[in-house]
Design a protein around this ligand. Sequence first.
Ligand code: PAF
Length: 282
Amino acid sequence: MRVFESPQELQQYITEEKRKGKTVGFVPTMGFLHEGHLSLLRAVRPDVDILVMSIFVNPLQFAPSEDLKTYPRDIAKDQAMVEKEGVDILFLPSDESMYPSGYSTYVGEIELSQRWCGKSRPGHFRGVTTVVLKLFNIVQPDISVFGEKDYQQAKVIAKMASDLNLPVTIRTCPIVREPDGLAMSSRNSYLTSEQRQAALALTNSLDYAINEFRKGVRQGNYLIQAMCLYIQTQDNVKLDYVACVDKDTLSPKEHVDVGDRLLVAAYVGETRLIDNKPLTLE
Ligand code: PAF
């Protein structure tokens, strides 16, 4: 596995490889890897010649009040994990190389990214689309893979790729969960054992609403109320939002159907967690 730190050197290397006809798969991450990230690598490894992973804790997508400084990092462990997955190139750019002094260009999607997490975290998606577009320009992937835990993020990135005619196929992979159902997230490492238990309220509230749907409930508002009530009765959990949305437009649904998506965000202590599931009949 080759490690690149310089965006220019990586861009040049990939340009030469692509000229030889090589295809590139790309998994951008912020590191502190878990099985969820590895599942993204496995989803693209067989389909490309060169597999690239980036680890970059992107300062642009954190508000000043958020956890940029404390975001968990363990590059040595991450490096050993991805080496085993057959990653060809690990890209570890510095803040300065991505945003040199005087940097002043941003890209924003302005429909999907206004909703849900976009409301709670103003500027977040602009930071995400800006860094992902920069990374795409450097890595020049044919396929890039994103996890469905960040469901809205995956939709925003796919919309950017389509709106800007980017020559990349965006793939998504299902959420990888702990045995008790908690969605895997690097931020789970912040949780005390008591909070870890409380965090199950997110996935349990989704299951509760899905169960109501399976019993015949079709009013989005009823499902939202049920989830809110469920979460509000849990100690140590503070609701951010609950939504019942169209899986593509992310607009709220009044009358719900199979395939619509339930989204939830909540604070467990200081840690903001998100989760989502589709409405299914089985
Ligand atoms: O999902 C993440 O880890 C980040 O938002 C991403 C896509 C790597 C952009 O910084």
